[in-house]
Design a binder for this molecule. Sequence first.
Ligand SMILES: NC(=O)c1ccc[n+]([C@@H]2O[C@H](COP(=O)([O-])OP(=O)(O)OC[C@H]3O[C@@H](n4cnc5c(N)ncnc54)[C@H](OP(=O)(O)O)[C@@H]3O)[C@@H](O)[C@H]2O)c1
Length: 284
Amino acid sequence: MKTPNFKQELVAVFGKPVAENPTQPMMEAAFRSLGLDWRYLTIEVDPAGLADAVRGARAMGFAGFNCTIPHKIAVIPYLDGLGKSAELMGAVNCVVSREGKLIGENTDGKGFLEALRTRVDPAGKRVVLLGAGGAARAIGVEVGLAGAGRVTLVNRDEARGRELAALLASRVGIAVDFVPWNRTFRLPEATEILVNATSVGLFPDTEARLDIDFESLKPGMIVADVIPNPPKTHLLRIAEKKGCEVIDGLEMLVGQGVIGIKYWTGADADPAVMRNALLGIFGR
Ligand SMILES: NC(=O)c1ccc[n+]([C@@H]2O[C@H](COP(=O)([O-])OP(=O)(O)OC[C@H]3O[C@@H](n4cnc5c(N)ncnc54)[C@H](OP(=O)(O)O)[C@@H]3O)[C@@H](O)[C@H]2O)c1
């Protein structure tokens, strides 16, 4: 007879606010389908309590934890080391316990890349990246490390945009140009991949529109949106009508979850199971 084991392995997300974060149902659906007796806890952690929360995770033997707003940068001093992408981005969204050490990784951009690679290899491709915040940083670094041919970065706040462009050029070593977003942006003819990494379109402002010339979207272009809720953004609806191939924000969310599960458990989770769990929440 098998020895009973009521001690589940623990992982979590630390954030504030965090109550609306849908990662737990997605991850626990994956654990169930893998036959893993693991729990993913959604824990509200105040910035003043972050050091204690990390100490608690160590003391309770967590296999790791995700970090979301406002902890992605603040968590770094409490960790024992950083993976390459996290070090380049200066932000951590996934902490992994490896041989007793807490290592900070960044899986946001890797999750995006996972989704992108199901359509195209970004190596040598011309990419337009809208935005220069955390999501754009993560995506820019990963498409750069994956060998993108050129990245055109477009952002309203010029200082923020130039800073990310400089990081991509100097630390990732890719060809990058920056366009201040102060008028309707027209995609360069040669664009092969367009990524919206701004928060435009996020619930509840779901009818917000990007200030781009939608006529410059061409059939066959890959158009990706980071917005997970709602998954069918205005941009993706137009892009589909124009004959572009689209990637929604749920794919990125699932992609980073698949990588987190691989880091924590060593197992390969089924992205379809995870996407279905999210579609049950966000609607189809
Ligand atoms: N699917 C996923 O797995 C996933 C993962 C991470 C993030 N996300 C999503 O990504 C989005 C961005 O997150 P973040 O962490 O990068 O946020 P952030 O650091 O606050 O950056 C927001 C970005 O959006 C731009 N922006 C906001 N309103 C705009 C407008 N009206 N017009 C043009 N640009 C505008 C900002 O431009 P300025 O610099 O000019 O202000 C900035 O570049 C969020 O909606 C989040 O839900 C999705």
